[in-house]
Design a protein around this ligand. Structure first.
Ligand SMILES: C[S@@+](CC[C@H](N)C(=O)[O-])C[C@H]1O[C@@H](n2cnc3c(N)ncnc32)[C@H](O)[C@@H]1O
Length: 259
């Protein structure tokens, strides 16, 4: 008998264990009850492709970041919402710099790790739900490839509208993405082709995350080119004003509130 994974807070459990490994705070995951077990994020794609990557980088200090992360935080100004705050690596540096930063995440476990690491202002939930609160922001960060949260043509307008509703005049979004189309790997080019035939963006991934016995539901995650991002932003109330692709295929997109 095969059993589907139990739906749970995959990201939260994984970050809790990664934090325990990094700091010794909390029970460390052990293999055979003795040997430290590496904490690996497992990503399943709907064509059967499975990828694993160490989760430790979510806790990385600024010295270990990619150059584009530094350029992103250098562009921050005013009250800032870190969307998908994860383990709080970006929020912690902003706090240190005296920036009023709020970390938002759908994972209660991720927020617990943020709290333990000293992130002071945290919100549990989605951007859409946060609109009902009275908080408003000058900068929105979607880092760690979180352009992905736009999902595709169906979800993007609602997310961009929610960000606009949370925005102060002159607000900006700084979003990090990856252009997926430089690859020649047939596993990926075939997947992109299949997506396009179904009316989706080539890099509109259908994924679920796994950690130990837990899994997420299947969800869409958008890995798109800057041109595709421009298409999504058109008519949204935001303008794509800058694409910094100095570290291509990774890029930082800046959106500004139109008008
Ligand atoms: C890839 S991680 C990036 C973490 C962090 N931004 C970084 O750069 O280290 C994505 C984070 O977004 C959160 N997340 C996923 N879907 C979300 C949503 N719809 N709204 C808010 N957060 C979400 C996840 O729980 C996770 O903490």
């Amino acid at each position: 008998m095969t059993v589907e994974p139990r739906i749970g807070d995959v990201f939260g459990e994984m970050l809790r264990d990664a934090y325990a490994v990094a700091t010794g705070v909390g029970p460390r995951p052990l293999a055979g009850g003795r040997l430290p077990r590496p904490v690996i994020e497992i990503i399943e794609r709907d064509d059967g492709l499975i990828n694993g990557a160490p989760a430790a980088h979510y806790l990385d200090p600024p010295a270990d970041w990619q150059p584009y992360d530094h350029r992103a935080v250098d562009r921050v100004r005013g009250a800032t919402l870190d969307v998908g705050v994860g383990a709080g690596r970006i929020a912690l540096l902003l706090q240190e710099r005296g920036v009023p930063v709020t970390g938002l995440d759908t994972s209660t476990g991720a927020l617990a790790v943020c709290r333990r690491r000293g992130v002071r202002d945290l919100v549990h939930g989605t951007v859409d739900a946060h609109v009902a609160d009275s908080r408003r922001y000058d900068t929105f960060l979607l880092l760690g490839n979180s352009v992905g949260l736009l999902e595709g043509r169906e979800r993007a307008p609602a997310l961009l509208a929610a960000l606009a509703a949370l925005a102060r005049p002159g607000a900006q979004v700084i979003a990090q993405g990856t252009d997926p189309y430089g690859t020649r790997d047939p596993v990926h080019t075939g997947y992109h082709e299949r997506n396009r035939r179904r009316g989706r963006f080539g890099g509109q991934l259908r994924l679920r995350l796994r950690y130990r016995e837990l899994g997420t539901e299947w969800f869409d995650y958008l890995v798109c080119s800057p041109d595709e991002l421009a298409e999504l932003v058109r008519g949204s109330g935001w303008r794509l004003t800058d694409v910094d692709d100095r570290d291509a295929p990774y890029y930082l997109a800046t959106l500004r509130l139109a008008g």
